[in-house]
Design a binder for this molecule. Structure first.
Ligand SMILES: C[S@@+](CC[C@H](N)C(=O)[O-])C[C@H]1O[C@@H](n2cnc3c(N)ncnc32)[C@H](O)[C@@H]1O
Length: 259
């Protein structure tokens, strides 16, 4: 069970916003989910665990190729959404586990596949989570993960993390792709597949999902629209006729194998 400050913040944020995430079109289906399905297509798998599962959409995606999928998350109300949605979908092989990614309740060398979508940047200690994943995977087992990847430019990474944290008080860090890949390599993972991806977002929906306070929404909107051209290009920021702002964040999707 997580006790650290950031996991408590995540439990506060995602506990109150669980229903928003369960209904979020960005989370119900998107290119990142298709990417996870593609990179995890080499099953069937025995035991799969989806970490930071949220409302469970990634767990549901790999349920058809796994004997059992454990949907795991630090936030109890998120797991209640998983229970509801897996019932509605008639899935009978989805199990629930409330735990932090940094402390996985699974035996050494026991898991065939671990998935993780759009959650690593919320983890207090991504390096420890990767170490736990490595410990729990069997030899030949794989981590299939997609997450926001900050640009390699330090100033752009700083801009991204600043707007993310002001929008969501539980945000921890958008790592650069090079930083994530270095952590995995240090642990001994072999990167079998590595691709760039984008997550397309709409400002009004993005701040609604996290119930960002009104004064911060105003300030964030101003900062998006006043961003220097390099930032506007990097995040594909454009104002739309319906008083929204469309933008996209770069992502990294990969399949990392434990030798
Ligand atoms: C954006 S949601 C994830 C969405 C989900 N993976 C999907 O594909 O739809 C992020 C999730 O990470 C969870 N989380 C945050 N910190 C965590 C931690 N340290 N360990 C496990 N889960 C965590 C939150 O409770 C939240 O449900």
């Amino acid at each position: 069970m997580a006790t650290n400050q950031e996991s408590n913040l995540s439990q506060q944020m995602f506990g109150s916003q669980a229903a928003e995430y369960a209904a979020s079109s960005v989370h119900v289906s998107d290119d990142r989910l298709d990417g996870i399905a593609r990179l995890a297509s080499t099953g069937p798998y025995g035991w799969t665990v989806d970490i930071g599962t949220g409302a469970g959409f990634t767990a549901f995606t790999v349920a058809d190729r796994s004997d059992r999928v454990v949907a795991s998350d630090v936030t109890g109300p998120m797991l209640e959404q998983v229970r509801r949605l897996s019932g509605e979908r008639g899935l009978d092989n989805v199990l629930l586990s409330q735990n932090a990614a940094e402390h996985l309740p699974f035996a050494n060398d026991s898991l065939d596949l671990i998935t993780c979508r759009a959650a690593g940047h919320h983890f207090n200690d991504l390096r420890s989570a990767f170490a736990e994943i490595y410990r729990a995977l069997r030899s030949g087992g794989a981590l299939v993960m997609v997450d926001t990847a900050a640009p390699e430019d330090d100033a752009m990474q700083e801009w991204l993390n600043d707007v993310e944290l002001r929008r969501d008080f539980s945000h921890v860090n958008d790592w650069k792709a090079s930083e994530m890949l270095a952590m995995l390599a240090e642990l001994g993972f072999e990167i079998a597949v590595q691709e760039d991806a984008r997550v397309n977002l709409q400002f009004n929906d993005w701040v609604k999902r996290t119930a960002t306070p009104g004064d911060e929404v105003v300030a964030l909107r101003r900062d998006f629209l006043a961003a220097p051209s390099g930032i506007r290009t990097a995040f594909n920021i454009r104002e739309t006729d319906d008083e929204d702002i469309h933008f996209s964040f770069p992502s990294l999707i990969f399949r990392a194998v434990k030798p």
